[in-house]
Write a new protein. Sequence first.
Length: 122
Amino acid sequence: MLRFLLPLLLLLCGSCYMGEVTQDQPLDPAAISQLQPGTNTASDVVRLLGAPNQVVELGSGSAWLYQATNAKSMGLWLLVFGTYGNDAQADRCWVFFDQNNALTHYGATLNADKSEYSVSGF
C-alpha cells in the first residue's frame, strides 16, 4: 500500500523555485559619466571602470566591453502542470580607442537592476 501511496503524495505536492544569478559587479553610472572622448585615455578608463570583460582589436584601434548581468528565474509545479520564467538583464558599456589609446567614443546601457521574477501564464 505504501508503495502506491508515496508516488501519489509526491504528485499532489507542489513545488516552487526562485533563483538569482549575478555575473560581475553592476557598472557605475557615475564612473561612465566621467568618460570624455578626446580627453580620456585607456589608462583613465581602466582607473574609472576597471579591467574590461573583452577587448576587440579594430585595425588601428580597439574596443573594450564592460558587462554585468543579473538573471532572475522562478518556477512553479503543481500536479502535472508546471511553469517557469527567466528574465536576464545586463549592463553593457563599449568604449572605443584610436591607435594612440585615446578614447574616441563610447555607448552604454544600464539594465542589470531591472530584471524581475516572473512566470509565464500568470
